[in-house]
Design a protein. Structure first.
Length: 117
């Protein structure tokens, strides 16, 4: 007659492992949400033309303000001013992207996850 031997803790260990993993995931999620809030609150300033054009961009990738020095406003050379504005805005967006990538790398382990940076 074969007897079944019931092992104590066999199923408890796997439950503890699952609980620990869920807690880790919850902590990771909370950390990511905090990082996303910090990024959204971030403000970067970028300039072009030696400070002739200044763009202030938020972490939400929105241009908050744009300042143009009066001496670069030349009706004969509007294209140069347009180029300076584009350069300043793009630099600001690149700074936000870089900061986002660096901040989220702690959570993604360096993997490129669309929408996170």
């Amino acid at each position: 007659m074969a007897r079944k031997i019931k092992r104590k803790g066999a199923s408890t260990g796997s439950r503890k492992g699952k609980t620990g993993m869920l807690q880790q995931l919850q902590g990771l999620q909370e950390g990511m949400l905090k990082a996303q809030e910090e990024i959204a609150a971030m403000i970067v300033t970028a300039t072009a033309g030696g400070g002739a054009v200044t763009a202030v961009v938020t972490g939400e990738r929105r241009v908050q303000s744009l300042t143009i020095a009066p001496e670069v406003v030349d009706p004969e050379d509007v294209e140069m001013l347009q180029d300076l504005v584009i350069a300043a805005v793009n630099e600001g967006l690149e700074q936000v992207d870089q900061a986002t990538t660096e901040r989220m790398a702690a959570f993604t382990g360096g993997l490129s996850i669309p929408g996170l940076g």
